[in-house]
Ligand binder design. Structure first.
Ligand code: ADP
Ligand code: ASP
Ligand code: MG
Length: 437
């Protein structure tokens, strides 16, 4: 068993830790000071410390709003120039505090830190981390503060990594420097549901990369999806914990390292989904491919897709899919030229959809989970509009207004709460005993 506690680094070995602080954790001067003290404590314990700091409080939201005040369609390149400023402010301020505390700190922009991305402004992907400058500063005994959520593109422009992208910067730096990644946030770890909706949600001690990927993909924004993908691909261990108390949080690890394998681990949700329905599609090979290619070229992420086969050959088909609400306008624009070209009868959109998902590595091949999920929602009078499954997830699309009730009902029905009694078969679904390893 691996020792998961972050202890003082051994004398000679250089333990590297990348500490990420979210927006709430640096929201005001007092919190910046507390974050700085925490960073200094890790350094004094003997670690090589890199800290990745978010824009303060709601700064990123305010910057986005500012852009829309002056432009209906802000230019993506200029949007990135604007958004990248928030993280720089936090890094410079925190560096000042650390210097006052008697340690040497240096703040770096994403570009100076060697974060190289592709050219997709506002949703860039990290292509390379050239960590030489950070490494040299660490070897000089400095604490390095990196403005996360940003990088420099292969065309030498400033880019940002999409909302929540600071998590990905932190993981990418941990991968490049061979360290662990600590995500400090405003909740005590990853919970069995969003604690803002479910007050008795349980803090998970561990989650596997597979579970966390499904959770992040289905709305648990505590870790950005790409950060979990990056961590899994590069073997980076993530410790997600509270920036306000010094207790262990949740470790995200490989499935081999995790010990708990409950049937259902968490209920996740998202309230910013939109649905697009295309009616009267020609029932011919290649049509679905054309539709999805047009959306992919517009950088729209399509999630759930349903296509209704017509009753007889040669008739028309219908297709519905969900996209993030922010992608609805680009999706409509991407589909517009296809209407005439393919002869699509109608493109209808609904911007007020939500998604609720059940995730658990233990649910592989236990059909009882789906049956119970649908019955619970039915009994609560919640209409299911779309369904999709993976081996370890069941997702349903419901009206946005129904999301909180659906989350609460499912969380209770599957006994996920902190106070839930956990006898042999606590979820009321048939489950064979898992042999111990
Ligand atoms: P940060 O600014 O630190 O990056 P975020 O707002 O991005 O913080 O993510 C933390 C938030 O994620 C929490 O405040 C919580 O409301 C939300 N959240 C949603 N689902 C979960 C979950 N399953 N476990 C923990 N937090 C969750
Ligand atoms: N500040 C950015 C955002 O709000 C990046 C992050 O915090 O992850 O999305
Ligand atoms: Mg976040």
């Amino acid at each position: 068993m691996t020792d998961l506690s972050i202890a003082a680094a051994p004398e000679a070995a250089a333990y590297t830790v990348v500490m990420k602080f979210g927006g709430t954790s640096v929201a005001d001067a007092e919190r910046v000071r507390r974050a700085a003290e925490r960073i200094v404590a890790a350094k004094e314990a003997g670690s090589r410390v890199v800290a990745v700091l978010s824009a303060r409080g709601k700064t990123t939201d305010d910057l986005v709003a500012m852009a829309y005040e002056v432009s209906a369609r802000p230019d993506p390149r200029e949007m990135d120039m604007l958004l990248s400023t928030g993280e720089r402010i936090s890094c410079a301020l925190t560096a000042m505090v650390i210097n006052d505390l008697g340690h040497e700190a240096i703040s770096l922009t994403g570009s100076q830190a060697g974060i190289v991305t592709d050219t997709s402004h506002t949703k860039a992907r990290i292509l390379d981390v050239r960590a030489g400058r950070i490494d040299a500063a660490l070897s000089d005994g400095k604490i390095v503060l990196v403005a996360g959520f940003q990088g420099v593109s292969t065309a030498a422009d400033v880019t940002t990594l999409g909302r929540g992208g600071l998590d990905t910067t932190a993981v990418a730096l941990a991968a490049a420097l061979g360290g662990d990644c600590e995500i400090y946030t405003d909740v005590a770890g990853v919970f069995s549901a969003d604690p803002r909706i479910v007050p008795d949600a349980r803090k998970l001690t561990q989650a596997s990369f597979e579970e966390m990927l499904e959770m992040s993909a289905s709305g648990a924004r505590v870790l950005q999806l790409r950060s979990v993908e990056y961590a899994r691909n590069h073997g980076v261990r993530i410790h997600c914990r509270s920036s306000f108390e010094d207790r262990p949080g949740t470790w995200v690890l490989t499935e081999e390292e995790t010990m708990e394998r409950p049937l259902v681990t968490a209920v996740t949700h998202s309230t910013d989904e939109a649905r697009v329905t295309l009616t009267g599609l020609p029932d011919e090979p290649g049509v679905a491919g054309r539709v999805m290619t047009a959306l992919a070229e517009a950088n729209v992420n399509v999630d759930m897709i349903i296509q209704n086969e017509p009753e007889s050959m040669g008739r028309e088909a219908d297709m519905s899919f969900t996209v993030p609400r922010d992608d609805l306008t680009p999706a409509r624009e991407a589909l517009a030229p296809l209407r005439a070209e393919l002869g699509i009868a109608d493109v209808a959109t609904d911007a007020r959809m939500g998604k609720v998902s059940l995730v658990g590595a233990g649910m592989r091949s236990y059909p009882g989970v789906a049956a119970k999920t649908f019955s619970v929602l039915g009994d609560a009078g919640i209409n299911i509009e779309m369904i999709s499954t993976s081996p370890i997830k069941i997702s349903v699309v419901v009206r946005e207004d129904d999301v909180p009730k659906a989350v609460l009902e499912l969380h209770t029905a599957f006994g996920l709460g902190a106070d839930a009694v956990r006898p042999e078969d606590p979820r009321g679904v048939h489950r064979p005993t898992v042999p111990s390893r």
